[in-house]
Design a protein around this ligand. Structure first.
Ligand code: HEC
Length: 407
C-alpha cells in the first residue's frame, strides 16, 4: 500500500520535528531553571528570585525568574504545550499506521502470543490506557508525597510493563508500546497537571490574587518524572533500528536496563546544571552500557544453537507434514524456494550472511508461517521498491520478481 508508506513517512517526519522541539524546549528549561543564580538586590526588589545571562546567535540574553509572579500580566505570555501535544498526537498516529495497520507483520509474533490483529490492537491500546491509569492513581495517592520511594516504585512498574509487553507483542511492538506508555504519561503530566497549575497562576496574577505555592509543588513531581523519562524515551524511538535489542531472548530486561542506565546518565546532567559534577555517575553509566552491550552480544553461540534446535524441530515437523499432507501447491513451493535462495541468508533466526548476524529489522522468514505473515511486505520490497534482496546481493532476477508479484 504505497499511500500508507507515504503517510507514514510524513507523519514520522513530523513526529521527529515535534519531538525535537518538545525535548529541546524541555532540556532548555531544565538547564535554565538549574542554572539560575541569585540576582542583584535591585532585581530582588522586583520579586525576581533568580537570573542568568546567556549569549546565543549573536546576541546577549538576560533571563529572570520570578519568585511568585509579575505585578501585572505581560501583554504576551509564551506557553509551551503544543510541542508536547503534537508529539503525542503524531506518535499515536504513527503507532496506528505502522503497528496497528501492520499488526500481523510488526505487532504480532506468533511465537510470543498468537493474537489476531484485532486482539493485538486492543491489547496495545489497553496496555497504554491501563498503564497510564495506574501511574495517575499512584501520583494522586499518598505515595506521591514520597518522591524517592515513588521513583523506585515507578522504575519497578516500568520494568514490569517491559516484561508484560514482551510477553504480549513482537519485540519491536513491545518496545514501542512501552515508549507509547511513557510518552502518554509525559504528555498527560503536561496536560492534566502542569498546564492547569499554570493556568491558575496566570489567573491569580491577572486578578491580583496571591499564588498558592502548592500549585507549583504539585507539578514538580511530574516534571521530575518527565525529566528522567526523556533519554529512555528517545532510545525507544530509535530502537526499531536495533534488532539485537528487541530480538534478544530477554528483550524486556535489555529494555529495562537501557532505560534505567540512561535515566542514571540524565541524573549526571541534572546535577551538573546545579554545579555539582559527579564523574562517577557518568563513568558508571557508560560502563553499565558497555556491560549491557557485551551481555546482549555474548551468548550468541548458545542462543543460535538453541535457535538451530528450534528450526530443526520446525523443519522436521514441516517435512513430516509435507509427507503426510503432500498438498503444498506449486506456487507455495516456488515462493518458499525463492525466499530460501534469496532472503534467508539474512532473514533468518540464524543468518549465514557475512553482513548481518541478526535478522534485519527482526524480519525472520524461516518457514511458511513467517513468510505468509510478511506477505505484503515481501511483495512490496521485491516488486515495488525493489530494494530487497538487500543490494540485490543474491542476484534476484526480474523473472523471479514476477513470480512474487503474481503471488
Ligand atoms: C544481504 C542481506 C539481505 C537479504 C539477502 C535480504 N534482505 Fe531484506 N532486509 C535487509 C536489511 C538490511 C533490511 C533493513 C533495511 C531497512 O532498514 O529498511 C531489510 C529489510 C527488509 C524488509 C523490511 C522490513 C521492514 O520492517 O521494513 C523486508 C520486508 C525484507 N527485507 C524482505 C526481504 C526479502 C523478501 C528478501 C528476499 C527476496 C530479502 N529481504 C533479502 C537485508 C537483507
Amino acid at each position: 500500500m504505497p499511500w500508507l508508506e507515504w503517510l507514514s513517512l510524513f507523519v514520522r517526519w513530523f513526529h521527529v520535528i515535534a519531538g525535537v522541539a518538545w525535548i529541546g524546549a524541555s532540556f532548555y528549561f531544565i538547564w535554565l531553571d538549574n542554572s539560575l543564580r541569585e540576582p542583584p538586590q535591585q532585581k530582588k526588589d522586583q520579586g525576581i528570585k533568580g537570573d542568568l545571562w546567556a549569549i546565543h546567535g549573536g546576541g546577549f540574553y538576560e533571563i529572570a525568574k520570578y519568585a511568585h509572579g509579575p505585578q501585572t500580566m505581560p501583554e504576551k505570555l509564551h506557553w509551551f504545550k503544543w510541542e508536547a501535544y503534537s508529539t503525542w498526537l503524531s506518535g499515536m498516529a504513527l503507532l496506528i499506521l505502522v503497528y496497528y495497520f501492520g499488526a500481523s507483520a510488526y505487532l504480532i509474533d506468533p511465537s510470543v502470543q498468537a493474537l489476531s490483529p484485532l486482539q493485538a490492537v486492543l491489547f496495545g491500546l489497553g496496555f497504554i490506557a491501563i498503564g497510564f491509569g495506574v501511574y495517575e492513581i499512584a501520583c494522586r495517592s499518598p505515595l506521591g508525597q514520597y518522591p524517592t520511594v515513588f521513583g523506585v516504585a515507578l522504575a519497578l512498574f516500568i520494568t514490569f510493563t517491559c516484561w508484560l509487553a514482551a510477553h504480549l507483542f513482537s519485540g519491536r511492538g513491545a518496545y514501542i508500546h512501552v515508549g507509547a506508555l511513557v510518552g502518554t504519561i509525559m504528555v498527560a503530566n503536561v496536560f492534566l497537571v502542569i498546564m492547569p497549575s499554570q493556568r491558575k497562576m496566570v489567573h491569580a496574577v491577572s486578578n491580583n490574587e496571591p499564588i498558592d505555592p502548592a500549585w507549583g509543588a504539585g507539578a514538580k513531581l511530574r516534571s521530575v518524572h518527565n525529566n528522567y523519562f526523556t533519554l529512555p524515551l528517545l532510545f525507544i524511538m530509535i530502537s526499531n533500528h536495533y534488532p539485537q535489542t528487541y530480538q534478544h531472548d530477554m528483550n524486556w530486561l535489555v529494555l529495562a536496563l537501557l532505560m534505567a542506565v540512561s535515566a542514571w546518565i540524565r541524573h549526571f546532567f541534572n546535577l551538573k546544571h546545579h554545579g555539582v559534577i559527579r564523574p562517577a555517575i557518568l563513568v558508571s553509566g557508560f560502563l553499565a552500557m558497555l556491560a549491557i552491550a557485551v551481555w546482549v552480544s555474548w551468548p550468541k553461540a548458545s542462543f543460535s544453537s538453541e535457535h538451530n534446535a528450534k528450526t530443526t524441530i520446525e523443519e522436521t515437523q514441516q517435512e513430516s507434514s509435507l509427507v503426510s499432507v503432500q498438498k503444498m501447491t506449486d506456487q507455495q513451493e516456488r515462493i518458499e524456494n525463492l525466499i530460501a535462495t534469496h532472503c534467508r541468508s539474512c532473514h533468518s533466526a540464524t543468518p549465514t550472511s557475512e553482513l548481518f548476524k541478526v535478522a534485519p529489522l527482526g524480519v525472520v522468514l524461516d518457514n511458511w508461517q513467517d513468510i505468509s505473515r510478511y506477505k505484503a511486505q515481501i511483495i512490496h520490497r521485491t516488486t515495488v521498491t525493489r530494494d530487497m534482496p538487500f543490494l540485490n546481493k543474491t542476484g534476484m532476477t526480474d523473472a523471479e520478481r514476477q513470480i512474487l508479484s503474481k503471488w
